[in-house]
Design a protein around this ligand. Structure first.
Ligand SMILES: Nc1nc2c(ncn2[C@@H]2O[C@H](COP(=O)(O)OP(=O)(O)O)[C@@H](O)[C@H]2O)c(=O)[nH]1
Ligand SMILES: [Mg+2]
Length: 399
């Protein structure tokens, strides 16, 4: 990073920093402005003092993409943020598009946008999972509309890792959420998957921040309930709902036991018509299943509910439990503690993604790396040392 940004981030004054490296503050200002380039000895000191965050490249190379944004771009994004704060949905949609985009320019714009958003501690992020057809979208429609009646603003992000294959599922979701999709206090958006869960998670988390800035205070994140997406979503929500069908056994439902164990609320949906009795039996089974009761939350245990999303049965009870869950956890502070832990996880997830991206798009194509791999193929070199040398080149950033 640039020395200027470093000093700002760590709140170090120019005078103190220049003293530490043993130069005058005038010289330091010249280095910062680019008027002069520091000599090697000084560069080494800066590198050490900043724990490697500021190195020679930061003085010699031009700035990073986000610093390349024009003033016009920046002004436009600032205006966009103000509009989002006023609840303008068009700007919100634009912001989410930026966040989701994989274009370099958009990334820089998104980085700038995200730096302008505030932390929102008042929202409630609700994860919902269950096999396709269990009634997640229908549940969100019924529950969401009742929340809007109570004065909330409701947003829905639907993550569907298979959406490429099934294509129509997003459309299906919108038709299941007919009333929500036309309500001015609701916002529905499919989350792109591109087959990369880490990427989905990053974009979904960033979309959540945009939604919160626009005043959406209840945010549903719907996933498919069959795969790995659940753990990823679990790590970005405050409460996790698992919807089940009225029938016996997790395996029978195609849902993994591990997912049930993550549930804060288990909802047996479709408890209506001729499924009503089966639903009651299923509820008792889960209520009695000790192994299902998770100890993930230290202050409240999960509960099981019957629900009919089509007939609006059980919705109030579920909402009352969610409110109780939220209150207990906010009062004890565990709500905020979990969010902080989630942020730390997100940092590492993002770093991991960027490293992966760097490896896929740069490292693999470097001539030096190709040569090393060839040498290993010819048995001239061993795997262990080859990988060490290649990894070292990441640390040095420029092979
Ligand atoms: N009988 C009954 N049908 C429901 C209920 N909830 C959803 N459905 C139906 O189940 C089907 C799948 O619902 P959908 O919400 O798209 O499921 P998703 O794939 O989990 O999002 C639709 O035909 C819904 O009308 C319910 O509570 N009772
Ligand atoms: Mg759905």
């Amino acid at each position: 990073m640039k020395l200027k940004s470093y000093l700002k981030l760590f709140q170090i004054s120019n005078i103190n920093f220049s003293k530490e490296i043993g130069i005058s503050s005038v010289s330091l200002s010249r280095y910062i402005s680019g008027e002069r380039l520091p000599e090697k000895r000084i560069l080494n000191k800066i590198f050490k003092l900043t724990d490697g965050l500021v190195d020679a490249n930061d003085f010699f190379l031009s700035s990073s993409p986000s610093q390349d944004l024009s003033e016009i771009d920046k002004e436009e994004i600032k205006k966009m943020v103000l509009n989002i704060r006023e609840g303008k949905l068009k700007d919100l949609a634009k912001a989410i598009t930026l966040v989701e985009s994989s274009l370099k320019l958009h990334n820089a714009q998104a980085d700038f946008l995200l730096s302008k958003l505030k932390q929102n501690k008042n929202s409630l992020r609700v994860g919902i999972t269950g096999v396709p057809g269990v009634g997640k979208s229908t549940f969100i429609e019924t529950f969401g509309m009742s929340l809007i009646d109570l004065g909330f603003k409701v947003a829905v992000l639907a993550i569907d890792p298979s959406s490429k294959r099934t294509g129509g599922s997003i459309l299906g979701d919108k038709t299941r959420m007919m009333k929500l999709s036309v309500n001015k206090n609701a916002f529905i958006r499919p989350s792109p998957s591109q087959g990369n869960l880490g990427g989905v998670a990053k974009k979904t988390s960033e979309s959540i921040r945009c939604l919160e800035e626009a005043g959406f205070n209840i945010i549903f994140i719907e996933t498919m309930g069959v795969g790995q997406a659940e753990t990823t979503v679990y790590d970005m929500v405050d409460i996790f709902l698992v919807l089940l069908l009225p029938s016996g056994g997790d395996e029978l439902q195609g849902i993994k036991k591990g997912i049930i164990e993550m549930a804060d609320v288990i909802i047996i949906n479709k408890a209506d018509g001729n499924l009503k009795n089966t639903a009651e039996i299923t509820m008792l089974e889960y209520k009695n299943a000790q192994n299902m009761i998770s100890n993930i939350r230290e202050d409240i245990s999960p509960e099981v509910f019957l629900c009919s999303s089509t007939e609006s049965i059980g919705i109030t009870k579920i909402w009352n439990f969610i409110k109780k869950f939220e209150k207990i956890r906010r009062d004890s502070g565990s709500f905020y503690k979990t969010r902080i832990q989630q942020q730390t996880k997100a940092i590492w997830r993002n770093i991991f993604l960027q490293s992966q991206d760097y490896i896929e798009n740069n490292l693999k194509y470097k001539d030096s790396v190709k040569k090393i791999i060839k040498d290993v193929e010819k048995n001239n070199f061993d795997v262990n040392n080859a990988s060490k040398i290649i990894f070292d080149s990441i640390l040095k950033r420029n092979t």
